[in-house]
Every structure is written in C-alpha cells, then in structure tokens.
Design a protein around this ligand. Structure first.
Ligand SMILES: [Ca+2]
Ligand SMILES: [Ca+2]
Length: 265
C-alpha cells in the first residue's frame, strides 16, 4: 500500500515537471525575433533564417516566404541547418540601437557532430520611400583538427508583394550597380519599384533559380557536394533562388558569407 502511494506521487511530480518543461522551453525552431530599423522589419530565427520581411510604412510587402541552408562537409550528403541537426549555443538576440549600419541581431549554432559552428549576424537598412534591405552574414568555423571542405547552399523563397505566383526573375551575372553576383526577382521589369535584389557579397561557386519546390527538393537530394545547375531565370510560378559556396576552411579557422535581399532602386 505504501509503495503504491509513493508510485502515484512520483508519477504526479513527473507529470508536473513535464508540463513546466514544455511551457518553459518552447520549440527552438519557432523562436523568431523581430528586427526593426525604421520602416524595415524582418523576423529571424536562431538558425539565421528569415520568416518574414516587410518594407515601408504600409507594411504591404512581405517578400521572404522563407530561407533555408544546407551544408555538405567533405563530400558527405547535405544536412540542413535546423533544429534536428544543429544545437543552439546562443539564441537570437536583438539590439536595434545600431540601426541602420551595425549588427542588429545575432545567434550561434553548432552542428550536432561538433564539426562546424555558424555565427549569424543581421543588419536591416531603410533607404526610404519603401526601399530597404536585409544583410545576413554567416561565419562558418571549422571546429575540427583537419582542413574541411564545406559546400554551403543558401536558399531563399521570395514572394514579391506577398503573393507566391507570377513572379519573374533574371540572372544578370553581376548586379549593374555593385558588380556583385545577383538575382533580380521582379514583378514587372519595366517598373523599377517592382524589382528586388537577391545578391551575394562573396564569390559563389554555382547558383540556380527555379520555381518552388524544384530547387529545395534538388538541394535536399544531394548525396555530396553537387553543383547547382546554373539555371538562370524563372518566368512563371513561385520564384526561389540559391547560391552555392565551395569553401576550404583550415582547422580552427573561419570563412564568412554575406547575402542581401532587398527592394532596391
Ligand atoms: Ca513561396
Ligand atoms: Ca517565391
């Protein structure tokens, strides 16, 4: 009788602890922080991805449907940077006092096998009149004792004006203003207000623009460091684009990749 009573008490305490734990530790994949600079705002999660992006006083533009990342290390199958495969070391924190030029948000994750650390930092800039950009820097650090070959795929689904279809894009090879490798997602190429930038500040190995879900399905299927197909435009459907970076990172050293997504003049 006494044993049964103790068992019931233990079960009751266990149930309370489980409930408290669930309330106190929400799903890390769902943690997102709002990063705001004047009239430009993004929501970023611990894994360096944006789930929303709005520009302008009217807040009528939400062009980022979602961003994702995959890594292949030493030609092994790609692994997505997410809750299943990476541990959060520093959850995303926001300091908007540096708006618009300094880092506004940062976070750190480490792969569950301990091979690589990724530090994310974000800057949001408001250029006025409904124009603005999100700059994301990912710094990859080799935590191992041997040189590492990393193939890093950085993907974005940009839905112009909040609608998924009927977007177009072009690949210019280099942005005419900055000479950076760039995509130009657009609604109407004759209307400058409807042209966006999706560009990289470091050289890319390969790239692709395809309609959703072809590109994310393709990257997720890679059994090693495979090159994106250099597909250069989407004329109908749901624009998605990705840059690929093949990086050699010596033991203990780091390499940074910076991307911009924005509405530019
Ligand atoms: Ca979409
Ligand atoms: Ca899209």
């Amino acid at each position: 009788m006494k044993y049964q009573l103790i068992s019931i008490l233990v079960l009751a305490v266990g149930a309370c602890a489980l409930e408290a734990g669930q309330k106190g530790n929400p799903d890390p994949n769902r943690i997102a922080a709002a990063v705001v600079c004047q009239n430009v705002a993004i929501e970023v999660d611990d894994y360096g991805n944006a789930s929303a992006f709005s520009i302008g006083k009217d807040n009528h533009l939400s062009p980022v449907d979602g961003t994702r990342q995959w890594l292949s290390i030493n030609n092994t199958p790609v692994v997505e940077v997410n809750k299943a495969n990476y541990t959060v070391v520093n959850s995303v924190s926001v300091d908007d006092s540096g708006c618009p030029t300094n880092t506004l948000a940062s976070s750190t994750v480490v792969s569950n096998d301990g091979a690589v650390q990724i530090d994310y930092s974000h800057i949001v800039g408001d250029y006025g009149d409904g124009f603005g950009s999100w700059f994301m820097t990912a710094t990859l650090t080799n935590l191992g004792e041997k040189q590492m070959r990393v193939c890093y795929y950085r993907y974005a689904d940009i839905d112009l004006f909040g609608t998924p279809d009927n977007d177009m894009s072009s690949y210019t090879g280099s942005d005419p203003d900055t000479l950076l490798p760039a995509f130009r997602p657009m609604r109407d190429m004759d209307v400058p207000d409807q042209v966006f930038a999706h560009r990289t500040y470091v050289p890319r190995t390969a790239w692709a623009q395809l309609a959703y879900p072809a590109l994310s399905d393709l990257i997720a299927s890679f059994k090693g460091c495979q090159d994106l197909p250099r597909a250069d435009r989407v004329l109908t459907g749901d624009y998605t684009g990705a840059f690929q970076y093949n990086l050699m990172i010596p033991a203990g050293e780091s390499v940074s990749v910076q991307l911009e997504i924005g509405r530019i003049q």
